[in-house]
Ligand binder design. Sequence first.
Ligand SMILES: Nc1nc2c(ncn2[C@@H]2O[C@H](COP(=O)(O)OP(=O)(O)O)[C@@H](O)[C@H]2O)c(=O)[nH]1
Ligand SMILES: [Mg+2]
Length: 321
Amino acid sequence: MGPADPALAELLARFRAGGVGALARAISWAEDGHPSVAALLEALHGETGNAWRTGITGPPGAGKSTLVDGLARHWVADGRCLGLLAVDPSSPFTGGALLGDRVRMDRSTGEGVFVRSMASRGSLGGLSLATGAAADLMDAFGFDELLLETVGVGQAEIDVAAAADTTVVVLTPASGDGIQAMKAGLMEAADLFVVNKADTAGAERLANELEMTLELRPSGAPRPPVLRCVARDDQGVAELAAAIEARREDDRASGRLDRRRQARDLARVRRVFSESLRARLWDGDGLQDRAREALAAGERPDSVALKLAARVLQRLQERAS
Ligand SMILES: Nc1nc2c(ncn2[C@@H]2O[C@H](COP(=O)(O)OP(=O)(O)O)[C@@H](O)[C@H]2O)c(=O)[nH]1
Ligand SMILES: [Mg+2]
């Protein structure tokens, strides 16, 4: 544990020397909740903040991986180095990440591209915490661009995408009954919309519908542009890259980037705070057994929770006085 951990010192040295294996190992530490991961992130903290994080989210099959692939090739051709992180909801049957993304993403793997898939862990806040840590590690490693692909199906995945510097929401005419089918939170998270599969029927109608809905949105933040893409044929990908870059310049100049990163850090503090309290108190202090007993005695779940919380707080006060 701590700086005395020889594995940590060794990993840090290899990481700082640019060893890709060390980066992969470090991300595994974050995924597995390794005891030294906090010290590792602490040591690398001063080296983060330089990579631009673009979140790509949307329903399964919308073409997110194809777009990521296209963006990756576009930016690599521009001489940038990239980290791609695909966040897949864990399957309750295999517990593993969906293989499809890795395979499709391999097409863009070349010089300067690092590809990693993450499976979501069962624990509360686990997905966004592990993904945030993985993004920090890739940032510290020195990539120019980070692309985070998440399936916009659950709140946790939307949280991950929304923690990016720029969030792209990908929709297709096939993703249901258009805008009404959009998951709550997805609409708000978007800085840019892509209507992908513009080669299929209904795409233009969806794009128009989206533009009309966005016009009704209260002003404040800039209105998200709606781009039409055929990701499979690389159509609209250069325009998407340009739109991401334009938005980035605007966010930097307006101070919106700083505010967004502050909000992201605060959300992360809140998550780690509640997660560590839960781990210490719930898992480590016999609260679970007490809760079971109270429930077996016929008490209501909410009352049990509030009573346990009050008890913990009272005990802390007694200790302090
Ligand atoms: N017709 C059409 N198909 C596309 C387009 N972009 C991607 N696809 C296909 O849609 C399927 C799902 O793409 P994928 O990138 O894996 O979607 P993801 O689940 O959102 O990551 C694949 O078979 C792609 O070849 C497009 O612009 N038009
Ligand atoms: Mg995908």
